[in-house]
Design a protein around this ligand. Structure first.
Ligand code: GLU
Length: 319
């Protein structure tokens, strides 16, 4: 079997030749102006080694991918009490839908739809304060990225999210009427918008995702980030709900827990084996990176890393 460096180089080479790249998110200018020709891939292996190709060191907006990190902080601080305020089920509705909230008394279906992520932000604001929670998220990313240079919260992006975030404000206000938002709406949304504006490269993102691969340990510092049981919960949610209305198709095509964002990034985890980040800004009809999904599908075909593979994952380990 080829080594990981050759595999990622080959995938990046194949992606360069593809002209159909989907549509870049255009609801705010800083996303709309990103070059759709970009493609990056980074694989961090279980030994902490990085295997990268293409635009793997170029920073992009991780958007909804950050919901994984917000959830990790919240579940670590709040424990299982968190699940009284947000459920653990796929929604079957659009990521920013409001309809289920009425029949389900303001309790969002899962932490990866916007309503659920806004509740998670509210929990973090209660625990750490508005600015404390923002700093904790940034510190979480910086400390686990392996190479923090160039990783930041893009203030302009956060500002534009706020200026166009009418639906997120509606979700927050609506949940407030059920008592499921407990801080001033503007504080909770301020954290949510800044979380969406986290900006980093594929190499850094794969580094941060390492704690999910290892069952909670940050490979760079050896520090326990969260419990094994929390990582299992987070990855199960990623598998079920990580790709909007395309989560089922992603599970079938790729077979790894993954989370996408409208900036065109995807973080996917092969438990015990690898943390993988891909980025290509063009999105498919479900809002997931078109080439990013294809690249992950190819990676899994070449490595056998799908969690649905009938062979034990340990024998699929490649160096
Ligand atoms: N910032 C976006 C919003 O709240 C999230 C985009 C995404 O799903 O990646 O609408």
């Amino acid at each position: 079997m080829a080594d990981l460096d050759s595999i990622v180089a080959e995938i990046a080479h194949d992606m360069r030749g593809i002209t159909e790249r989907g549509h870049v998110a255009d609801y705010i200018p800083p996303l709309a102006c990103v070059d759709p020709g970009k493609f990056g891939i980074a694989v961090m292996d279980a030994g902490g080694g990085a295997h990268v190709a293409g635009d793997a060191d170029e920073a992009f907006s991780i958007q909804s991918l950050s919901k994984v990190f917000g959830l990790t902080l919240a579940i670590t601080l709040e424990g299982s009490a968190l699940w009284t305020r947000v459920r653990q089920e796929p929604s079957g509705s659009a990521f920013n839908s409001i309809v289920q909230l009425e029949s389900e008394q303001g309790i969002p279906r899962n932490p990866f739809i916007n309503a659920g992520a806004i509740v998670i932000s509210d929990i973090l604001v209660s625990q750490l304060g508005r600015l404390g929670a923002r700093q904790a998220l940034l510190d979480f990313a910086l400390s686990q990225s392996g190479a923090p240079e160039g990783l930041f919260i893009d203030e302009n992006m956060a500002q534009q999210e706020r200026e166009t975030g009418f639906r997120n404000a509606a979700l927050a206000n609506y949940m407030r009427t059920f008592g499921n938002i407990r801080n001033p709406i503007e504080d909770t949304l301020d954290l949510y918008f800044h979380q969406c504006a986290l900006t980093m490269s594929c190499r850094q993102l794969a580094g941060i995702g390492g704690y999910l691969m290892t069952g909670g340990v940050d490979l760079h510092s050896g520090r326990m980030v969260t419990s094994v049981s929390n990582t299992r919960t987070i990855m199960a949610l990623m598998m079920m709900c990580g790709h909007y209305d395309g989560s089922g198709a992603f599970a079938i095509r790729v077979g790894l827990p993954g989370k996408s964002g409208v900036g065109g990034g995807i973080l996917a985890i092969a438990p015990g084996l690898a943390s993988v980040a891909v980025w290509s800004p063009g999105l498919n009809a479900q809002g997931n990176s078109l080439l990013g999904t294809l690249a992950l599908e190819k990676l899994v075909q070449k490595t056998g890393w799908s969690v649905f593979n009938p062979f034990p994952l340990s024998v699929q380990k490649i160096t």
